[in-house]
Design a protein around this ligand. Structure first.
Ligand code: PAF
Length: 287
């Protein structure tokens, strides 16, 4: 039976007697197969005798658009039933009033890896993500935490935070789970209209088509970006638009001048008002 905890003192008490090791899967709810894969990876990591915890919290301070927060899908009872079926031991479902006091004055801010991609187009978003993730780590003190690789910049930032602030937790990235037609699973997919949903695999197709140019030995970022852009925009629906499309070094997350090391082609697109992200890695051929 999954244990539900709604405040910090009750989750700390529950965990004080929970068997080690503890794996945490932080989520904002609206669980889909991608999250379930993270929960299964968590169980695999800690074994049948360890503890798997999930946090379900739609973190208000990471939303840069009020309508996005308002429209974010909320499906708590279904989420808890899915967790129960996956054998999750504990669900932490805090409320914002307890996590964010009115006079709070400290945020976790990163100053380099956030310069591009979502960091550039969603001001303050990653301050909100890093702050809540650090709080969750401090509250639950997990041995490891599992995040989807789909949120490539988020995962890089969490790894950087844990490294730079000496947070004693192992971060595990889990491969992106996709629909059979290639669309990356996301809680936001359920907000797409049927027409948008049918069109959305174009994102992954565009990135893959551009990535495949690596076979020709191509090293110019402009060639990859132009190829992806033309696939993304050809015959696009009227309410489809690009938020960004960038090719960045996979480690520094800065735009590259030439493809000489693994790089990541990443995009965020709007099927208005729904924003979807995806990326692919391009590894240069060594001759
Ligand atoms: O990826 C998410 O769902 C969120 O950004 C996270 C990591 C749970 C923080 O709110």
């Amino acid at each position: 039976m999954i244990r539900r905890c709604h405040d910090v003192s009750s989750v700390r008490e529950a965990l004080s007697t929970a068997p080690c090791p503890l794996a945490l899967v932080p989520t904002m709810g609206a669980l889909h197969e991608g999250h379930l894969a993270l929960l299964r990876a968590a169980r695999e990591k800690v074994g049948p005798g360890g503890t798997v915890a999930i946090s379900i919290f739609v973190n208000p301070i990471q939303f840069d658009r009020p309508e996005d927060l308002l429209n974010y899908p909320k499906t708590l009872e279904n989420d808890l039933a899915a967790c129960e079926a996956e054998g999750v031991d504990l669900a932490f479902i805090p409320n914002a009033d307890e996590l964010y006091l009115p006079d709070r004055s400290i945020l976790v801010t990163e100053s380099l890896l956030t310069k591009h991609l979502c960091g550039a187009t969603r001001p303050g978003h990653f301050d909100g993500v890093l702050t809540v993730v650090l709080k969750l780590f401090n509250i639950l003190q997990p041995d490891c935490a599992i995040f989807g690789k789909k949120d490539f910049q988020q995962l890089a930032l969490i790894n950087r935070m844990v490294r730079d602030l000496d947070v004693p937790v192992e971060i595990i990235g889990h491969p992106t789970i996709r629909e059979p037609d290639g669309l990356a699973l996301s809680s936001r997919n359920r907000k797409l209209t049927p027409e948008h949903r049918a069109d959305a695999p174009r994102i992954q197709r565009a990135l893959s088509a551009a990535r495949d140019l690596v076979q020709t030995g191509e090293q110019s970022p402009a060639v990859y970006l132009d190829a992806a852009k033309s696939h993304l925009l050809s015959d696009a629906l009227a309410d489809f638009s690009l938020d960004y499309l960038e090719l960045v070094d996979s480690v520094s997350l800065q735009p590259i001048a030439k493809l000489t090391a693994p790089a990541t082609l990443a995009t965020a697109c709007f099927y208005h008002p729904v924003r979807l992200i995806d990326h692919t890695e391009i590894v240069p051929i060594v001759s």
